[in-house]
Design a protein around this ligand. Sequence first.
Ligand code: FPP
Length: 225
Amino acid sequence: MSLPRHIAIIMDGNGRWAKKRLLPRAAGHRAGLKRMISLTEHVFERGIGYCTLFALSAENLARPQEELSAIYELFRAYFTGQIPVLREKGIALRVIGDLSLLPADVAALIEENTKKTEGGTRGNLTVAIGYGGRQDILSACNRAVREGREVTAETFGSMLSTGGMPELDLLIRTGKEKRISNFLLYEAAYAELYFSEKLFPDFTARDLDRAIGEYEQRERRYGKV
Ligand code: FPP
């Protein structure tokens, strides 16, 4: 099979990575962000057009304030410092999820700065923040009901926050757990799943290549024989 067009990563294990080193959880998220930057560079260098990353679920927002503040600080740094880098590389950055769950200044910064990357044609990077797959499905359903529209698999897919993106081919989760945790529920219907034992800050470009290599070996039948 050929290279995936759209891959997604559940970046799990930052907290445990820090705990193993007797560091605060925030240090794990910092290491996670460094890893996220290097992996996304690698994805687009390999010619994969779409990469969707799970940074913060709607449910994660119930974490202790101290940890959330550290994550918000990383969002501020990323959505400021990486914007010129992504623009330069022609990568369009988008965020999916409910930004109203974030502090207003962080939400405003994200909205304003992601716009600066619009029109990038070399790759599409989507970061899920305050995101939940069920919430996304329900809000699309409610929209269809409000508009009195009957939906089909195609029109419904286009109403989700990932609407317009190619089908999800490969979903990777790091950090040992083997579940989807409310990420891209509808989109993952026929995605190949890949679970890595490695904690996210330890998941290297070589590990990513291994996941892609395994994807290329698999045969996708979509329920057919
Ligand atoms: C999951 O690990 C990770 C998170 C909840 C936060 C992810 C954040 C980043 C990678 C950095 C910031 C991202 C951006 C977009 C700037 P966990 O804390 O659940 O780890 P654990 O399961 O080991 O506790």
